[in-house]
Design a protein around this ligand. Structure first.
Ligand code: ADP
Ligand code: MG
Ligand code: ZN
Length: 499
């Protein structure tokens, strides 16, 4: 349904949306980009500061080596070419939360260029989104507009964030829909989390996205391609991927309706108002940028030589896409399971370790993806807080796979693990579930279930052998989950064949 009233699907279909993203990511270094101050979210206002990040006269910046290494790792993970030599530049503008009056950034010689991200287009085909560049820069402080008794008349400034190392990741205008934007951002975050360069915490502003949106008539698009790009508006400061998707959707439709009404889209920055589900124009003054970039005279060129680059890249982990493909071919997992296991690097690591130790990797995957994940979610726990250790997972998997415990017993044992915060091995030793491995006892139960369900027996005899699962389930229930599953399966089939 259109987000803007009065636009028909036919009207929307006449237009082509064009979107490019600029994403800012804070790097997880211990100190700031150009001084020794703590790089940490929060803290009492204006306590993580020094003459350098306060921009006091005479203070000089010194580049943080770790920040460069993180920036290089992220760039490489995004398929970029690393420029051996890049140049820091001053981006001049006045803003109260930036005491120097400029931001140290990179301009015409960025750290990295020509990257690539894959998304899925509307026809479900893979599609390449170019990454124009990744450059290093520093964050500004924060203006605090509310929360004080005199907030109506005053704005307060906290400079703790000043000088936090950032990378800016700029995409080509290759995205064509809000869905593609959502996927691009989701994958970007996944990759950055794998490399460990940022926590990507959007609530704390560790990852921030500006979306540049324009629209054009499809007829022009087909005739002239990129030469006909329309005027773009930039949607700033949206702090969740879902909101960005809504904001882009809204913005596309807003621009279409402006054009349909005979107006012209103006180049401007707009703010997303989530409560109202629409964007608003920001002050028009902010549109006319003249940053008067020039090379930062206080910093030499950044040179990432061959050996240093090699050292940095030795820390590049296997990335999610590659891991997904490998889990499928190595362990025969479904695409869906492989995808879920790799959305989070820790979960993927745990699976791989357990899969090496356990009898059945597929069993490990299923326990991890259903039983463990479900209980973590119910308890609002992170994977690192799970009471079930690697060894516990392997034991649970092997016992279930070997038929020593039924899946119902597994569930009960795991319930106890999570309720008591104890590992699986401990609970299993303590509660060793009773198992009925006496065939005559199981056979008696099977006979009863067969006698009670003649219709299903007839189906089985008619060739529908999968009906045996129904009998297994019924007997398992009657045994309160204690029948030995392997034995039960075997006996059910035999009895049905004899029936
Ligand atoms: P600016 O100089 O206004 O910041 P850039 O050329 O640096 O513009 O591009 C900034 C971002 O805007 C990039 O992500 C780019 O892909 C995107 N972009 C450029 N032109 C368009 C357009 N016509 N429509 C949508 N996005 C665009
Ligand atoms: Mg820009
Ligand atoms: Zn400092």
């Amino acid at each position: 349904m259109p987000a803007v009233a009065g636009l028909s699907p036919e009207t929307l279909a006449k237009y082509q949306a064009v979107i490019g993203l600029e994403v800012h990511v804070q790097l997880l270094t211990r100190s700031k980009a150009f001084c020794g101050c703590k790089n940490e979210y929060g803290g009492d206002p204006n306590t993580h500061t020094c003459p350098t990040c306060l921009g006091l006269p005479g203070a000089l910046p010194v580049l943080n080596r770790q920040a460069v290494e993180f920036a290089v790792l992220a760039s490489k993970a995004l398929g970029c070419t690393i420029n051996e030599r890049s140049i820091f530049a001053r981006k001049n503008y006045f803003y109260p939360d930036s005491p120097k009056g400029y931001q140290i950034s990179q301009f015409d010689k960025p750290l990295a260029e020509h990257g690539l991200m894959m998304v899925t287009d509307a026809e479900n085909n893979p599609k390449r989104i170019g990454i124009t560049r990744v450059h290093m820069e520093e964050d500004a402080g924060k203006s605090i507009h509310d929360g004080f008794a005199d907030s109506v008349t005053r704005t307060y400034i906290d400079l703790n964030r000043c000088g936090t190392p950032l990378i800016e990741i700029v995409s080509e205008p290759d995205l064509r829909s809000a869905e593609e934007v959502f996927e691009y951002l989701t994958k970007l975050k996944e990759i950055l989390l794998y490399t460990g360069v940022s926590d990507c915490n959007m609530e704390e502003g560790s990852l921030r996205c500006d979306a540049n949106v324009s629209v054009m008539l499809k007829s022009d698009w087909e005739a002239r391609g990129a030469a006909a790009y329309g005027t773009k508006a930039e949607v700033k400061n949206v702090n969740s991927f879902r909101f960005i998707r809504s904001a882009v959707e809204f913005e596309i439709e807003r621009q279409i309706s402006v054009i349909e009404e005979g107006g012209r889209v103006v180049q401007e920055s707009r703010l997303w108002n989530n409560a109202e589900g629409r964007t608003y124009s920001m002050r028009s003054k902010e549109q006319a940028h003249d940053y008067r970039y020039f090379p930062e005279p206080d910093l030499p060129a950044l040179v990432v030589g061959e050996q240093w680059l090699k050292d940095i890249l030795s820390n590049l982990p296997e990335l999610p896409e590659a891991r997904r493909a490998r889990l499928q071919s190595e362990y025969g997992l479904s695409a869906q399971d492989a995808a879920t296991l790799t959305t989070d690097r820790e979960l993927g690591d745990l699976f791989q370790q357990a899969a090496k130790l356990a009898k059945s990797p597929k069993r490990v995957a299923s326990i991890l993806l259903s039983e463990i994940t479900m209980r973590l979610r119910a308890g609002e726990l992170a994977l690192g807080q799970s009471p079930v250790s690697l060894d516990g997972l392997v034991l649970a998997s092997d016992l279930t796979e070997g038929g020593a415990i039924s899946s119902k017993q597994l569930k009960q044992l795991l319930d106890s693990c999570f309720a008591e915060g104890k590992d699986f091995g401990y609970i299993y030793d303590r509660d060793k579930p009773q198992q009925i491995s006496d065939s005559s006892a199981i056979e008696t139960m099977i006979d009863e279930v067969i006698a009670a369900n003649p219709a299903q027996v007839a189906q089985f005899k008619g060739g529908k052998r999968t009906v045996s699962a129904f009998f297994v389930g019924q007997v398992m229930k009657a045994s309160k989950g204690q029948a030995n599953p392997a034995l039960l399966n075997e006996l059910v089939l035999r009895k049905l064949d004899e029936a």
